[in-house]
Design a protein around this ligand. Structure first.
Ligand SMILES: Cc1cc2nc3c(=O)[nH]c(=O)nc-3n(C[C@H](O)[C@H](O)[C@H](O)COP(=O)(O)OP(=O)(O)OC[C@H]3O[C@@H](n4cnc5c(N)ncnc54)[C@H](O)[C@@H]3O)c2cc1C
Length: 302
């Protein structure tokens, strides 16, 4: 089921078919804050009121023209200006294929550089999300290149990839802040663990490397076992609760997000918004096929 839903995440015909249905769109709002920046800011403010920080993601990926990538870049730049004006506690997440990685690496680098530079002036941090394994090396290369010039940029590493431990070591050597997650894309066995227990074991191993590094990293998971292992390791090594942060996705395990914040852990919620929500939403369904029930419920409500 997971593989099938991830396959459909990239299927244009299925997407065009499903987007016609109101019940499908209504289900997406459980995981997406809304279509506009103001919707997203409202969601971040609500999180802030519980002591939870945000990271805003303008949805969109795989821009196929310079024009589309420039448009996304301009929107992210405008988002940064609005965040500063609205004074919400939040940073920004971007995807490199949204900024033109499919078009040209150098063009994409310049777009990211412009965003990170503007964010630096406004005192924001920019997190580069990690996409499918075809993009891993180029994403890391671009982040490491930019990291030589600017400090306020970090990247995501996926525990399901065999290569991730080496990638973490390379990124730490350049003092780069990392968000660790399990990984959300359809990957072949040649590059990624297929069994949940193998990915989980690698997650714990990588989490320990990150916590020992002395840099401020994000541990992004909703999995009680991963959260428990992180708390336990931090305790064992006397690592203060505020030396790292937990991160979760908008609409998932709100109780746990608020509970961790109340316990004194730094907590950040990833808040996606915009009209291009289809692929993001399908990945959330794939993570937990039980979410398909929400779709059915909305179908019978309509
Ligand atoms: C802040 C953040 C940023 C991320 N950025 C990236 C990225 O850049 N690249 C990338 O590949 N992946 C990214 N991910 C997604 C990540 O890779 C996983 O696919 C996702 O977090 C599910 O894994 P899990 O650690 O929650 O564990 P799982 O073992 O998948 O889930 C553990 C438990 O969490 C709950 N849960 C998990 N997912 C859902 C869901 N969709 N709906 C309802 N409940 C759910 C369930 O209770 C489940 O039993 C990000 C995740 C987070 C939290």
């Amino acid at each position: 089921m997971r593989s099938f839903l991830l396959f459909l995440a990239n299927d244009e015909r299925f997407k065009n078919f499903m987007l016609r249905f109101k019940f499908f769109r209504n289900t997406a709002w459980r995981f997406v804050a809304g279509e506009t920046l103001q919707d997203a800011i409202r969601a971040v403010r609500e999180a802030n009121s519980h002591g939870i920080r945000g990271t805003l993601d303008l949805l969109g990926e795989n821009a196929q023209s310079q024009e589309d990538a420039r448009k996304a870049t301009a929107e992210v730049l405008a988002m940064l200006d609005t965040l500063r004006a609205e004074r919400v506690d939040c940073n920004v997440s971007v995807k490199l294929t949204q900024l033109g990685l499919d078009v040209d690496d150098e063009f994409c680098y310049e777009n990211l550089r412009e965003i990170v530079n503007r964010a630096r002036l406004l005192e924001y941090f920019v997190r580069v999300d990690m996409e499918g394994s075809a993009y891993t090396q180029r994403t890391i290369d671009i982040v490491l290149r930019l990291r030589k010039e600017l400090e306020n940029v970090g990247v995501v590493i996926q525990a399901y990839l065999y290569r991730s431990e080496q990638d973490i070591r390379d990124l730490l050597a350049a003092r780069t802040r990392i968000r660790l997650c399990k990984g959300a894309y359809l990957e072949p066995e040649t590059v990624a663990f297929k069994k949940k227990q193998d990915t989980d074991a690698n997650f714990v191993k990588l989490m320990k490397i990150l916590l020992d590094s002395g840099l401020y990293h994000g541990i992004a998971t909703h999995d009680d076992a991963m959260i428990g292992a992180t708390k336990q390791y931090a305790n064992l090594r006397s690592i203060p609760k505020t030396s790292f942060e937990f991160q979760m996705l908008y609409g998932i395990r709100r109780d746990l997000q608020q509970g961790l914040a109340r316990e004194g852990y730094n907590m950040r919620v990833y808040v996606p918004y915009g009209s291009l929500w289809y692929a993001y939403f399908m990945r959330r369904l794939a993570e937990r096929p039980a979410n398909l029930w929400f779709i059915l419920r909305n179908l019978f409500r309509d």
